[in-house]
Structures are given as structure tokens and as C-alpha cells.
Design a protein around this ligand. Structure first.
Ligand code: UDP
Length: 370
């Protein structure tokens, strides 16, 4: 008999949800986390009484009522609604692309007027869009593509929009109504008191090892449990034997400002190429925090190199094929489970991570209606 039923490699959201269900089912779990704290990229620092999203802004949104019910059972959510702005050469536009954006761009007032302009511009693309550029133009036309998409996307992904897959841009809604809510989902919010509260509740009842790199001590750590759930990067688990998967990484520049309200909204995207950061986050607006000061973060996309944090998988053909090879190796591993953004090499939103962790828990412990 081993001391633990599960070793959970990584202390992010996937592990946390799985851990919660495992503990509820009477299982003993040990968490091995490389960083000095739990929470993965949801982790927040508290600065001037403001929860600062250290690894980039996270807004929970979902249309999946099971997922929404599950997270609300763990912690209460506020009614934050994401309404980011885009700033192009000093001009401010509402996001996502909606009637407010079209009005500012062309002075049009009605959906029919906006549609007429976009239809004229999108005629430049014929047939099925072959890449992100064509997809974007066929969705919103050339003006919006040039001012609000091209520069931002090329900074974000470090390559031309012609070389990027079209699905990335399909994440963004296009609406012919005056509605600045970024997400189409039915439910949205931020945990009251911040994400750290939610994460520590999810891991309640588990033993935790921080500053522990699983890949440096695999046999020993896995030897302590009947099964291992691995949520780290899949290529590192196999010592990059087929080569490295590519990621985009981020650098953050965080500043405390002696002003109460810097930009009047949580997120402003800087969409021109010449500005090196993609966005400025003003964290207090996520939770309407009361403070005389404010904390802002400039976000700079960078290419990932070993030793940096991998944020976004680059799901182009080459990387996806490489991932398939690792996935095959992974499927041969006995007593090992896999999940989450890094192990599955998928550009997952948080709600999809929760749904997929719940599905894995269902298959391990039987369905639960929590
Ligand atoms: N995007 C853009 N302009 C913006 C915001 C987003 O062109 O002002 C594009 C960009 O290609 C980005 C994609 O939309 O990669 C998805 O954006 P989202 O906000 O979903 O990215 P995340 O918040 O996950 O980084």
C-alpha cells in the first residue's frame, strides 16, 4: 500500500479541481508544485490591498452550468463583466467588435450601415479563409483588421497573421448590437476575495510540496502514490526527446501608482505594432478594490525559452504534429493521467479546464452532481 492514492504534479486549476473531487471521494493526495505557491497562473499577489494577477488577467466565464455551479459551490463570484478597450494611436475603441466600435470607426449608427461597410471590405477574401489574416478580414473587414487586430496579434504571437491559424480570432465575438461585454457566455465573474481563496479551498485536505520539480525526481515522487496526474508540459516529461514544443511567454512590468484610478477600466489593449506591450491591466477594477493607490501591469509577449513560463501553446501544424507524438508516448504510461493547458497543449479557457478536470474525476470516482 502506498501512502497516497494520487500524486498531483502541478498546483494549477486542473489539479485543484481534481484534488477537490478526490478528497471528497476519500482519496489521499500529494501535490508537487514547482513554484513557491499554488494556483498556477491564477495566483494573485496582494499589493496595496489589491489582488494583482501575477501571471496575467484571468476572468472566469462559462456557459456550462455544471462548471458554474461547481465553482460557485467552492467560492462566491462577483459580477465583474469584462469590457476591455482597444487603444490605437491614441484613439479608443470598444471591444469586442460591436456597434460602439463601428460607430467610432466609421460614424455609422445602424447595424445595416455597419454591415454594408464590413460586407464591402470583406469581399477581399474569397473562399474559405486560409489563415488568421483572411479569417479576420472576412469577419470584420480591412479597417478593423488593420487598426485593432493586426498589430496586437503579431505582437502577441510573434509572427505574421498570414502564418497563424484562424481559430485564434474566432474567440472574439463580432456583434451588430451596442454591447461591450467581451464574452458571449451566460455566466462571468471573479471570485470574491480573489483566486487564491478559491484555490486554497480546492486543495483543502491535500498534502502539499512546493518548490518541487517533478521532472527532477520522477521515480521517487510517483513511487509515493498509486497514480500520478501530470499537468506540466508534456515535452519536458519525456526530456524533449522529439524536440521542444513552442510556446508564447509573457513579461510583466508591474507598477504601483500614486493615483486612485489610472485608466478607468481593467483592460486596455494597445493594438499598434510600435508599442511593445499588448495591454495594460489595472487590477483594482476586477474587484472594485478600494485603495488610494492603484497597481498596473504592462504585458509584453516574448518567445518562450527554457526556464521561462510557458503561457500559450502555439497550435500550428508543426507543433500539433509534434504534440501527437508526445501524446502517443503518454498513452503508454501506466498509472498516469494527464490534463490541463500544458499537458494537453491546448489554448484552454479556465471553464474548459474545470469541465475537463470534472470529467476526469467522474471517470476516476464516478459521476457527482457537485
Ligand atoms: N485580439 C486582437 N485585438 C485585441 C484583442 C484580441 O486582435 O484587441 C486577437 C488576438 O489575435 C488574440 C485573440 O484575439 O490572440 C484572442 O484574444 P483573447 O483576448 O481571447 O486572448 P487572451 O485573453 O486569452 O490572451
Amino acid at each position: 500500500m502506498k501512502k497516497y492514492d494520487y500524486l498531483l504534479v502541478g498546483g494549477g486549476l486542473f489539479s485543484a479541481v481534481f484534488a477537490h473531487r478526490a478528497v471528497k471521494s476519500g482519496k489521499k493526495c500529494l501535490v508537487a508544485e514547482k513554484r513557491g505557491q499554488l494556483g498556477g497562473n491564477l495566483y494573485c499577489d496582494s499589493i496595496e490591498g489589491i489582488n494583482v494577477h501575477r501571471y496575467g488577467p484571468h476572468i472566469f466565464h462559462t456557459s456550462d452550468s455544471r462548471v458554474w455551479k461547481f465553482v460557485n459551490n467552492v467560492t462566491e463570484f462577483n459580477r465583474y463583466t469584462n469590457c476591455p478597450l482597444a487603444c490605437y494611436k491614441g484613439e479608443i475603441y470598444n471591444m469586442p467588435f460591436n456597434m460602439n466600435t463601428f460607430n467610432k470607426m466609421w460614424g455609422v449608427r445602424t447595424p445595416a450601415e455597419a454591415k454594408a461597410i464590413i460586407d464591402r471590405q470583406r469581399a477581399a477574401v474569397t473562399g474559405e479563409p486560409a489563415n488568421l489574416e483572411e479569417q479576420a478580414i472576412s469577419l470584420v473587414g480591412e479597417d478593423i483588421y488593420k487598426k485593432l487586430i493586426k498589430g496586437y496579434t503579431e505582437k502577441q504571437w510573434g509572427r505574421s497573421c498570414k502564418e497563424l491559424p484562424s481559430f485564434i480570432i474566432k474567440r472574439l465575438p463580432v456583434r451588430y448590437v451596442y454591447d461591450n461585454n467581451y464574452f458571449n457566455d451566460r455566466y462571468q465573474g471573479i471570485p470574491v476575495g480573489g483566486y487564491n481563496v478559491m484555490i486554497s479551498r480546492l486543495f483543502e485536505g491535500c498534502d502539499i510540496m512546493l518548490d518541487t520539480d517533478y521532472n527532477a525526481d520522477r521515480e521517487n515522487l510517483s513511487g509515493m502514490a498509486e497514480k500520478t496526474l501530470y499537468t506540466g508540459t508534456i515535452d519536458s516529461l519525456f526530456d524533449y526527446c522529439f524536440g521542444k514544443l513552442e510556446y508564447r511567454s509573457l513579461k510583466f512590468e508591474t507598477e504601483v501608482l500614486d493615483t486612485e484610478n489610472y485608466q478607468g477600466v481593467a483592460v486596455v489593449n494597445y493594438t499598434e505594432r510600435e508599442i511593445p506591450y499588448t495591454r495594460i491591466i489595472e487590477h483594482k477594477h476586477f474587484e472594485s478594490a478600494k485603495s488610494e493607490k492603484t497597481v498596473i501591469t504592462r504585458e509584453y509577449p516574448v518567445s518562450w525559452e527554457e526556464g521561462m513560463e510557458p503561457y500559450y501553446p502555439v497550435n500550428d501544424g508543426k507543433n500539433n504534429r509534434l504534440f501527437e507524438k508526445y501524446r502517443e508516448l503518454a498513452s503508454e504510461k501506466e498509472n498516469m493521467l494527464f490534463g490541463g493547458r500544458l499537458a494537453e497543449y491546448r489554448y484552454y479557457d479556465m471553464d474548459k479546464v474545470v469541465a475537463s478536470a470534472l470529467a476526469l474525476a467522474d471517470s476516476e470516482f464516478g459521476a457527482s452532481d457537485e
